[in-house]
Design a protein around this ligand. Structure first.
Ligand code: PBG
Length: 330
């Protein structure tokens, strides 16, 4: 029989030293990726509603912003280009490639630069791909062809990683094939493998002017995964891994720990958790209203993602990770 005090768990919680030793999860700033936005033809940086501390930057401010992130310990980035012109059929990717060349020429190997690959900032209707003429359907294969061409341009410009977030079928295979045929076999793909149709993308869509325009297809439910379908998420993510994705992302992250854990158990690829704009904004609102402590709140959230099995965390507060993790761990 077990005596009462043989199982006193409170000894392991008794002080900071014991808690640090007993922890099953340890965060490091090295696991973090900082997203950033740059908009074409904009003269001064603009704020994004709800995303405190995050600005949409300009071509002339982005270098100093990356420098300041690097001073805070960030080395990995996820770039969201916002081009000035939009279309339904013809897309010009030169703004994205220009910013990539600028950053890689300036910082070289000191930074790892992933670029989001999607058409939602390029289309007039805000959808992630081409629409059929009646506006009712997304044209999967035609979109994939354009995305692969876009990926090749991004690779030629010097991005270290392509991060497809469009959710078309077969895009990982098409991108991997085109990159390899052009000797870009060393460029990584971080697939938004389990990307759910979510209310938590609101501030991001404001930032990128990419909310789908109200018409026949007025949401992304026919291509992003339903939060009620775990099997769809697992099938999609495992398929992306089989098509050659190097990193698999789960997004949103905080409410999707079960998805992270299930993929961690099934795949050998690194799993990235993307704490998206609305999730970040929700935490910041708690802080703003005096209901939580900022560093501790983000650390607790990140710890939950790591505990579920994420080895990579994408967060709008990644620039604070080093400072916060050093200051107060648990
Ligand atoms: C583009 C894309 C989105 C996000 C990342 N890439 C928005 C969407 O799918 O509507 C969301 C990121 C965030 O909310 O922080 N497809």
């Amino acid at each position: 029989m077990v005596e009462k005090y043989d199982i006193n768990q409170r000894r392991l919680r008794s002080g900071i030293h014991m808690r640090e030793l007993a922890a099953t999860v340890r965060l490091s700033h090295r696991m973090f990726i900082q997203p950033f936005f740059v908009e074409e033809h904009m003269t001064t940086p603009r704020e994004v509603e709800g995303l405190s501390g995050i600005l949409v930057h300009t071509e002339s401010t982005i270098v100093s912003v990356i420098e300041s992130y690097m001073k805070g310990g960030v080395t990995k980035f996820l770039f969201f280009p916002i081009p000035a012109t939009r279309s339904t059929t013809e897309f010009n990717f030169s703004f994205a490639t220009k910013i990539i060349s600028l950053l890689k020429h300036t910082f070289g190997e000191a930074i790892w630069l992933a670029t989001d690959l999607c058409l939602c900032s390029y289309t007039t209707h805000g959808h992630c791909g081409l629409l059929s003429t009646d506006g009712a359907r997304l044209l999967n294969d035609k979109t994939v062809t354009i995305l692969a061409r876009y990926a090749l341009e991004l690779a030629q410009a010097g991005t270290d990683c392509i991060a497809p977030s469009d959710m078309m079928d077969g895009r990982i295979h098409a991108i991997r094939q085109l990159l390899n045929r052009n000797d870009f076999d060393y460029i990584a793909i971080m697939s938004y493998g389990a990307k759910f149709s979510s209310q938590f993308y609101g501030p991001f869509r404001d930032a990128c002017h990419s909310a789908p325009a109200p018409q026949q297809l007025n949401d992304r439910k026919t291509y992003q995964i339903s939060s009620a379908n775990l099997n769809d998420a697992l099938t999609t993510a495992v398929r992306d891994a089989n098509e050659g994705a190097d990193i698999i992302m789960v997004k949103p992250a905080a409410h999707y720990g079960d998805v992270i854990a299930a993929l961690r158990a099934r795949l050998l690829q690194p799993i990235a958790a993307y704490h998206v704009s609305g999730e970040y904004a929700a935490l910041e609102l708690l802080v703003k209203n005096g209901l939580a402590t900022r560093a501790a709140l983000h650390l607790e959230t990140w710890t939950a993602m790591a505990r579920a099995g994420a080895g990579i965390i994408i967060s709008y507060a990644a620039c604070h990770a080093k400072e916060w993790i050093e200051k107060e761990f648990i």
